[in-house]
Design a protein around this ligand. Structure first.
Ligand code: ADP
Length: 331
């Protein structure tokens, strides 16, 4: 994601200080070099005068003393140039590192700003709809069909609010040193089937097909594993067109359990694949983005998988869409 509202002023100051420090270092190195040269010439002149006074017919440039001064001068010259280059390189890499950290901080601020924007929207719109529904039901006598529809819409909104709050709570839990997850034998096959059933019921325009064995036991945290499956399936639904199919599968291997989710949606560009697991990261721009979300889902999924020493990857699905694959070791 591009860094929006980059504080140009701060960058200008940074580059000005950067340039000043480099020029300053170069200048000092040059001065040191020139002073060494000067001192050397003066020393030779002085020695030569002394030598010619003592040996009027001798050749000063052939003496051992002259050779020693020259060798010392050469060593000092190499030292000044070498140290100057080393210092400049060190300075350059240090400043580049500061710049990288600075850019990363700006990006984080931008992501957080987007998160605040989306969370405000995510909280406000279902709350307004639920409020309006309740007001309508309170004031008017609607026929049973209409009121059932309104209530069912509100329940879907409440589901969304619940999963949003769950995600935020889960994200803060996962960031603690000791997230306090359990490691209980859990039938993850049942978990997947029940989530797929619930989401298929809520979103009838999208078919969710499961390829899951009858039962698969894995030592894991029920709440965490549920959150992983919900986030992956909700994303598959969100980023797919109505009428498309989603597949979720589970493979029970000796060493690990593999969970995969395949959709026929919009897919994920190659350059975004490494970024979508970052906290608050959402592809595109908050103002132009249609699908609802906060950018926390995949971050939570990845962190959970890492805590359980597993791996997650994303690939293109054929002919279109994405395929997320999670491998969780049987510890
Ligand atoms: P969000 O709340 O935005 O869905 P996530 O962390 O779950 O946050 O996902 C991060 C971004 O990755 C999303 O904004 C979306 O652009 C992209 N993404 C996630 N899953 C899919 C998918 N199945 N198909 C296409 N894009 C996806």
């Amino acid at each position: 994601m591009l860094v929006k509202n980059k504080p140009i002023g701060a960058f200008k100051i940074f580059y000005a200080v950067f340039a000043y420090i480099i020029v300053f270092a170069l200048w000092w190195d040059y001065l040191l070099y020139a002073k060494n040269e000067e001192a050397f010439k003066e020393k030779i002149e002085l020695n030569q005068i002394n030598f010619e006074m003592l040996h009027p017919s001798g050749d000063y440039y052939a003496t051992k003393e002259y050779a020693q001064i020259i060798s010392k001068y050469s060593r000092q010259k190499v030292m000044i140039i070498g140290e100057g280059v080393f210092f400049l390189l060190l300075l350059f890499f240090g400043l580049m590192r500061v710049r990288r950290v600075f850019l990363r901080e700006l990006e984080l601020v931008d992501l957080q700003r987007n998160f605040m924007l989306s969370i405000t929207h995510e909280l406000k719109s279902p709350l307004s709809t639920i409020k309006l529904t309740l007001q309508t039901l309170h004031k008017r006598q609607l026929d049973i069909e209409k009121s059932t529809k309104l209530i069912s819409n509100s329940l879907t909104d409440l589901d969304r609010l619940e999963s949003l709050v769950d995600n935020i709570l889960f994200a803060s839990k996962i960031e603690r040193e000791e997230p306090g997850f359990s490691n209980e034998p859990t039938d993850v096959a049942i978990v997947i089937r029940s989530i797929a059933d619930r989401l298929s019921y809520n979103k009838k325009s999208i078919a969710i097909k499961t390829e899951v064995p009858k039962e698969v036991y894995l030592d894991t945290d029920l709440m965490g594993f549920t959150s992983v499956v919900v986030n992956l399936l909700e994303n598959a639904i969100k980023y797919s067109a109505s009428g498309s199919e989603i597949n979720i599968g589970l493979e029970d291997n000796l060493e690990n359990v593999v969970l995969w989710v395949r959709d026929q949606g919009m897919g994920i560009a190659e350059k975004e694949k490494g970024k979508i697991f970052q906290k608050f990261y959402r592809i595109g721009n908050e103002d132009t983005r249609n699908a609802k979300g906060t950018g926390l889902g995949l971050y939570i999924v990845k962190r959970f998988v890492e805590i359980y020493k597993g791996t997650i990857s994303v690939e293109d699905s054929s002919p279109r869409g994405s395929l997320f694959i999670i491998r969780l070791p049987r510890q």
